[in-house]
Design a protein around this ligand. Structure first.
Ligand SMILES: O=C(O)CCC(=O)C(=O)O
Ligand SMILES: [Fe+2]
Length: 334
């Protein structure tokens, strides 16, 4: 009997930071936070286990997404076609580094009543929910609530990694997280020439922490660039674990100690791949600049200027859909 291959990314047990864990101790929190620190520093990507999200829920999320992409009628997809940043995007609509991404997707964002006059911008309006399958909206909303709780646990652990007194250091700017929930469908690539299309071009994610749920049957699709830039590491799904990665705002907060990691998707398999990333992001109005403790730990000089997260996000959206600045940088959530 052969044993399963050893995963190449670190594995983090988040249970000491879950509100449902009654026996967490300073020692168990410290072990988890230390492992997280190493993972964020050395890879920026890791598997998250013991997160307490029911596998029945994650399985339903992937099968509802698959159902939407493969069995909705063209009319019902067109009905939720993207308005601003929310809604369905057809294959090739999203652009990374000037090249079309060979996937279709639906984006849901936090809905905000008072957006300081941003109602007319790309983030205004309501989410566009598919009508088929009918239960998708309710199940995705339930999943969203669970993931907001998990996002809080992970940023607590990240804060703890900078000292137990700092557990809430990131949390204070994510309490009204301007989250994004995205479902993505990838048909297999037809050409071996990546210039003719890549499933999802090389990028970093823009915010705080991404929790990826991916088709368990597809291997070799999501690839993570090693810190030395020399190797692409497969981030294949492992049972009951999320693939988690850190985004640009964490890099800025940590003064580069935990850089956001470049990654891409190349799906050449025979089946249709589905993934559902959840982006746990800072508050829209959060002003992100290097934390004092992180500056001390990285030589005493601030390497990044302050940025308002919402401005950073709007720049990236402009790049993805409208060929603005973000496109040149090739950085984004897709
Ligand atoms: O589908 C995947 O595996 C990753 C997608 C991704 O990197 C993103 O949406 O930012
Ligand atoms: Fe990404």
């Amino acid at each position: 009997m052969s044993s399963p291959p050893t995963p190449t990314l670190p594995i983090i047990d988040i249970s000491p930071f879950l509100p449902t864990t009654s026996n967490s101790t300073p020692a168990s929190k410290s072990t988890s936070a230390q492992a997280l620190h190493t993972a964020c520093h050395t890879h920026g990507f890791f598997y998250l286990i013991n997160h307490n999200i029911p596998p029945t829920l994650t399985t339903s999320i992937l099968s509802l997404a698959r159902h939407f992409f493969l069995h909705s009628t063209p009319t019902s997809k067109a009905h939720i076609a993207r308005r601003g940043a929310r809604g369905w995007q057809h294959i090739g609509e999203n652009v990374t580094k000037g090249l079309r991404d060979m996937h279709e997707a639906v984006d849901f964002y936090r809905e905000v009543d008072d957006m300081d006059g941003m109602e007319d911008g790309p983030l205004g309006g309501q989410n566009l929910w598919p009508e088929e399958p009918p239960e998708l909206k309710e199940v995705f909303k339930r999943y969203l609530e669970e993931l907001l709780g998990l996002g809080e646990a992970v940023v607590r652990a990240m804060g703890y990694a900078f000292g137990s007194e700092n557990e809430e250091i990131f949390l204070r700017d994510t309490r009204e997280s301007f989250w994004v929930l995205r479902m993505i469908g990838y048909p297999p690539l037809q050409s071996t020439n990546l210039d003719e299309g890549i499933s999802c071009g090389e990028h970093t994610d823009y915010g705080c922490t991404t929790f990826l749920l991916a088709d368990p049957d597809v291997k070799g699709a999501l690839q993570v660039l090693s810190r030395d830039g020399g190797t692409w590491i497969d981030a294949d799904p492992i049972p009951e674990a999320f693939v988690v990665n850190i985004g640009d705002m964490i890099e800025r907060w940590t003064n580069g100690l935990w850089p956001s990691t470049r990654h891409r998707v190349i799906h050449r398999g025979s089946g249709y791949r589905v993934s559902v990333p959840f982006f746990y992001e800072p508050d829209f109005n959060a002003r992100i600049k290097p934390l004092k403790k992180a500056v001390e730990m990285t030589g005493g000089v601030e390497k990044f200027e302050e940025v308002k997260y919402g401005d950073h996000l709007l720049g990236k959206i402009a790049g993805n859909f409208y060929g603005g600045d973000g496109a040149e940088e090739g950085i984004g959530n897709t």
